[in-house]
Design a protein around this ligand. Structure first.
Ligand code: PTJ
Length: 266
């Protein structure tokens, strides 16, 4: 396979990037794809990340590509976990860095959370690039480059973590993940927040709080909820106690099924 400029296999030529006109009915969705392709060109996103995004897009389509009331409720509960946490950490992978680095840095500032790069397809070069992307948006002290701890019970590279980061966190935000780390962190007694468009995924079903929403919508919503709770823990506690993960996931699936049902009637 060669690119349009005769680029060799695996190397994307400049004009693989497409200028998406704002008038395009699928503008937002196409812009997110462009961000991922750019992230891939820069060595931030792995090819598997492009596939993972496609899976997410499918579920987002069923959701109507909007933040549902269920996602808003989960986001309030997640914000509650973050404001009540002593040592919150946000784990950042390649897709998240490419899609919403700026928003993630803002969330870390609002929540007083550490940012740690945690990769499934880990190389030192990628960790460094993602760290640089976050730093370009103002992040400081990004962890993950020199891991000095291991999450017990995980056999892949995502077990590697920072002792002062994920290893000693009490609450960990895990956007776009596969489930075994969420389960392993739960075994360590940590509370976890997943952002995952797939309500059936293992992560969605094992996190303490799961926000079923597209990550570029979910992260700013979470930041504004954290800012809203500020220091007052009473409404935060209420948001957490009135949230039931499995009930919330069931409602999300019902909303997806209803959207499909509507489409069948047309
Ligand atoms: O950067 P790395 O090396 O850590 O690798 C990142 C990927 C995403 C490749 C890795 O974590 C992976 O393989 O993840 P999975 O197992 O494919 O899970 C990703 C989940 O995120 C799936 O359930 C998708 O539906 C969901 N997802 C994909 N894109 C989005 C999303 N959820 C929210 N917003 C999205 N944009």
């Amino acid at each position: 396979m060669v690119g349009p400029q005769g680029a060799p296999r695996g190397v994307l030529a400049d004009d693989w990037m497409t200028d998406v006109p704002k008038s395009h009915p699928r503008y937002r969705s196409l812009v997110l794809r462009e961000r991922l392709v750019e992230g891939f060109r820069q060595g931030v996103v792995v090819p598997q990340g492009l596939v993972a995004h496609g899976r997410g897009e499918m579920f987002d389509y069923l959701l109507g590509e909007r933040t549902t009331k269920e996602a808003r409720k989960a986001s309030r509960a997640a914000a509650a976990l973050l404001v009540m946490a002593e040592r919150p950490v946000i784990s950042v992978n390649g897709n998240v860095a490419a899609l919403c680095a700026e928003e993630v840095v803002r969330l870390s500032e609002a929540a007083g959370a550490v940012l740690e790069v945690g990769l499934f397809h880990r190389t030192d070069e990628r960790v460094l690039r993602i760290k640089e992307v976050l730093e370009a948006h103002g992040a400081e002290d990004v962890m993950g480059f020199l891991p000095d701890a291991v999450i017990p019970g995980l056999e892949h590279a995502r077990a590697l973590c920072a002792k002062d980061g994920i290893f000693s966190a009490d609450v960990v935000l895990l956007p776009l993940e596969d489930g075994d780390r969420a389960e392993a962190l739960a075994r360590m007694g940590k509370r976890t927040i997943a952002v995952d468009l797939n309500p059936l995924s293992r992560t969605a079903r094992s996190a303490t709080v799961t926000i079923v929403d597209e990550v570029t919508r979910a992260v700013p919503e979470l930041t504004s909820n954290v800012e809203d709770f500020d220091e007052d823990v009473r409404p935060a506690k209420l948001a957490l106690s009135s949230y039931d993960r499995d009930e919330n996931l069931a409602q999300v699936m019902a909303a997806m099924a209803a959207n499909l049902g509507q489409a069948l009637k047309r």
